[in-house]
Write a protein that binds this ligand. Structure first.
Ligand code: CA
Length: 176
């Protein structure tokens, strides 16, 4: 990497999926971000961002929220403004969890999932959850701040068999 490369600035995570067949409980997928402190990057999240939780400084936010996957284009989207994120934080993990309210539902039960991360017109990652069909939640990407203070991305589709609440406890652990 050239020393002239700037780190990540403002990025967007976009998630798509198909609605459930009629008569079945809705497919509700949620984008979740956990922000971790530089002092304890694999410890408890400093804060979580999802449909029901905002970042205290407004640097990470959900711009689009869907409880069904109905409609064309992106169903759920989150923006992360790394250039404005406090130096107090050095790691952010983004994942996707499936609501389990109406009974167990895995990625194998949800058709046509896709997740894409872009910075402006640059695609940073593109993928789906076909590799983790038995999982009910999965991490998508890990963002870390290097010693020079620049943010980088590492994409990791890692499946978990937990509900969304429990996912927020495990998504940021060190599995390396
Ligand atoms: Ca949702």
């Amino acid at each position: 990497m050239s020393g002239l490369n700037k780190g990540l600035g403002k990025i967007e995570v976009a998630l798509k999926w198909d609605p459930s067949p009629s008569g079945e409980p809705p497919n509700d997928l949620d984008i979740v971000a956990g922000t971790y402190r530089a002092a304890d990057p694999y410890g408890e999240p400093a804060y979580l961002v999802h449909f029901d939780s905002r970042s205290p400084d407004g640097t990470i936010y959900l711009n689009r929220d869907s409880r069904t996957g109905q409609g064309l284009g992106t169903d759920e989207a989150m923006t992360l403004e790394f250039e404005r994120l406090s130096e107090e934080y050095s790691r952010v993990v983004v994942g996707v969890a499936i609501q389990q309210n109406a009974g167990r539902k895995t990625f194998g039960d949800v058709r046509n999932t896709s997740v894409r991360i872009v910075e402006g017109y640059t695609e940073l990652m593109e993928g789906d959850f076909t590799g983790v069909p038995g999982a009910t939640a999965a991490t998508v990407a890990e963002f870390t701040r290097d010693e020079a203070g620049e943010w980088g991305i590492h994409s990791v589709i890692r499946g978990f068999d937990v509900d969304p609440e429990a996912f927020t406890d495990v998504m940021g652990k060190d599995y390396s």
